[in-house]
Ligand binder design. Structure first.
Ligand SMILES: C[S@@+](CC[C@H](N)C(=O)[O-])C[C@H]1O[C@@H](n2cnc3c(N)ncnc32)[C@H](O)[C@@H]1O
Ligand SMILES: [Zn+2]
Length: 328
């Protein structure tokens, strides 16, 4: 299988050794044995990382404290995309690909790529995509989902790794993208580590698109004036009954407690990106949970576009997106 792939557009081993680095010491990795690699070995600290089914694995399930979350993601890998409605893909993914502005010569790193909902929308327009996730079943799903597009399948390089300890060589990618992953990282330190790692992976001048679940200004306004009836009425009038209910909490968990949902503000996202060395072009809100938005039907994408460019962008958006470039 590996040999068959290596005869095609690029050699996997070459990509692994050129673009990956040891997550422990950033040392160079070599494939062993050469030709049909079973593991990657660090030339700096001798750590060895197994390759399973052509997927290098940097996640040690015995050492991580997120094993339950990883198991949940593995279990839901085949069903995950059934959770989305077609219009959500259109409203959410299309503008993200526009932000990414992929070019034919680009190598893209997508972190928290999941089952490839976003990967599939741009992979045909770039040279290669390294998809990172800590759910190996999700990565296998991406590969399967591309089987009818052999050219695209050959551009995919899945890597099983933790976003907070990225095994990536500095400056190895032209573009880095992450969608809906940041909100699941357990603490501010984890989030800063992930954003720092993603920023370092971009070559100077390369592009960064980071999307996270958003803590809207309307929610913040309501939370700080919880006892006030008029504040509740204002918040209710703006966002009540829309999917971003006014009762939304800034920090919540999935029903079974395994997955965290942290809501990031626009300012937080901007400063995280800036501290990581990104020159931020814009921070915008999307998928507006304003009352009545769901009834707009075919006009919604246009209204969303107008709102995104307006000063109201972050008022009641469910997603926040930072777009920028890596400083030289
Ligand atoms: C909400 S899903 C989004 C998936 C995909 N980006 C999309 O938009 O369809 C979040 C993904 O992030 C992954 N993830 C969460 N925490 C992670 C971590 N620390 N390291 C790597 N992947 C992580 C999960 O396994 C899951 O696939
Ligand atoms: Zn090492």
């Amino acid at each position: 299988m590996l040999r068959a792939r290596m005869a095609t557009s690029f050699g996997l081993e070459e990509i692994w050794t050129e673009r990956l680095a040891c997550p422990a010491c950033k040392g160079k990795l070599r494939a062993e044995p050469r030709g049909s690699a079973e593991r990657l070995v660090c030339e700096g600290c001798d750590s060895a990382y197994p390759i399973r089914d052509e997927i290098p694995s940097f996640v040690d399930l015995k050492k991580t404290d997120q094993a339950a979350e990883i198991a949940l993601r593995d279990d839901e890998a085949t069903a995950y995309e059934g959770l989305f409605l077609a219009w959500e893909g259109f409203l959410e993914v299309t503008p993200l690909v526009r932000d990414l502005a992929p070019r034919r010569s680009d190598w893209v790193l997508e972190v928290g790529a999941g089952t490839g909902r976003v990967v599939r929308e741009y992979i045909r327009n770039v040279s290669g995509v390294m998809a990172i996730d800590f759910s190996i079943e999700s990565l296998r799903h991406i590969r399967r989902s591309l089987r009818l597009l052999p050219d695209a399948q050959q551009k995919l390089v899945p890597v099983h790794a933790d976003a907070c300890a990225l095994p990536i060589r500095d400056g190895a990618f032209d573009r880095v993208l992450s969608v809906g992953m940041l909100q699941h990282l357990p603490t501010e330190t984890h989030r800063a580590r992930a954003v720092g790692g993603m920023a370092r992976a971009i070559r100077p001048g390369g592009r960064f698109v980071l999307q996270a679940r958003h803590w809207s200004k309307a929610h913040a306004f309501y939370e700080t004036r919880h006892d006030s009836k008029w504040a509740r009425s204002v918040a209710q009038a703006l966002i009540g009954n829309a999917s971003g209910s006014i009762e939304l909490k800034r920090t919540a968990h999935y029903a079974d407690g395994t997955v965290l949902l942290y809501n990031t503000t626009g300012d937080e996202l901007r400063s995280m990106a800036q501290e990581a060395g990104i020159s931020v072009e814009r921070v915008v809100g999307r998928i507006h949970a304003l009352k009545g938005m769901q009834r707009l039907g075919a006009a919604r994408p246009l209204i969303e576009k107008v709102l995104e460019r307006s000063p109201l962008s972050l008022l009641a958006a469910q997603e926040v997106i930072a777009v920028g470039t890596r400083m030289g």
